[in-house]
Design a binder for this molecule. Structure first.
Ligand code: SAH
Length: 277
């Protein structure tokens, strides 16, 4: 049965990402999203695997001839740069974290991409863009921090008819015992993420947004090495990071190495929805 969705506060998320921008780069990667591995034997690096997931989103976006893309919750911009390298698309990335926006714009200029890729501080629920102004929106591992339905409705507003939203999000793949579910729910709260939904509940949620479902993929088997790598990366740098940043960084490091992330009931999805013509 699908869990009910709770809406976390966006302000708290902005704060969460201030310190974790730096810590995530240290313990995981500059891509703030899961990796994609081809098989259990695939031991590709974090960067190869995270870039591979970006490439999957690029393939689902249909931007070979270009277009205007809104990258919602853009991190420090790596996926937007990769999209701009692979297609003639123009990308606007938004985040509610100013440090990310500054870093992403600095990198865009350094790469000579600033004419096609730019980043702006904005909250997803109040996008400063007119109706029908984007061909594609990406919500690349950021929707769990947002009110999913209100966000997708707002994206429906700024997309042109026929435009698509490409989403990745966490997914509940199996029922957990009551005790395990309480632990999972607790981790989601710590990560300021909404309650996990099962595939049927997720699709029911999507159906309420006015957007049409094009594709829904459970890619948990491909992304599942991610939490192990994050935990190992955190353990390897724990002492060094506490030395550098002080003891106040410990709760965040504990969150990153929380073994709850390894629970097999926590999966990952890729979905494509479109605004009708
Ligand atoms: N898509 C990026 C980053 C994912 S991390 C990547 O794949 O690397 C989640 C992102 O969502 C962060 O950039 C965070 O600042 C952003 N975010 C969370 N809540 C938001 C909100 N309400 N409005 C805009 N951005 C938000």
């Amino acid at each position: 049965m699908p869990a009910a969705q709770e809406s976390p506060e966006s302000d708290g998320t902005a704060e969460l990402y201030d310190l974790s921008n730096i810590i995530l780069c240290e313990v995981w990667d500059e891509n703030f999203h899961h990796g994609y591995w081809l098989s259990d034997d695939d031991e590709s690096s974090n960067r190869v695997a995270t870039d591979r997931l970006t490439d999957l989103l690029i393939a689902k976006s249909g931007l070979d001839a270009g277009g205007r893309v809104l990258d919602v919750g853009c991190g420090i911009g790596l996926s937007a740069f990769r999209l701009a390298d692979a297609t003639p698309a123009h990308v606007v990335g938004i985040s509610n974290n100013q440090a990310q926006i500054d870093e992403a714009n600095r990198r865009a200029a350094a790469k000579g991409l600033a004419d096609r890729v730019g980043f702006e501080f904005a909250d997803v629920l109040a996008l400063p863009y007119p109706d029908d102004s984007f061909d594609v929106a990406w919500v690349f591992e950021s929707l769990m921090h947002m009110d999913r339905v209100r966000t997708l409705k707002e994206l429906g507003r700024v997309l042109r008819p026929g435009g698509r939203v490409v989403i990745t999000d966490q997914l509940q793949t199996a029922r957990a015992s009551d005790a395990d579910q309480a632990v999972i729910d607790d981790l989601m709260r710590t990560m300021q993420a909404s309650t996990l939904l099962f595939a049927d509940g997720y699709q029911a949620m999507l159906a309420t947004t006015g957007l049409e479902l094009v594709e829904f993929l459970d890619i948990s088997r491909n992304t599942k090495k991610t939490p192990r790598r994050v935990i190992d990366g955190t353990n390897a740098k724990f002492d060094e990071l506490v030395e550098r940043f002080g003891e106040s960084v410990i709760p965040m490091l504990e969150m990153f190495r929380d073994p709850t992330g390894l629970m097999p009931e926590i999966g990952y999805l890729l979905a494509v929805v479109r605004k009708s013509d």
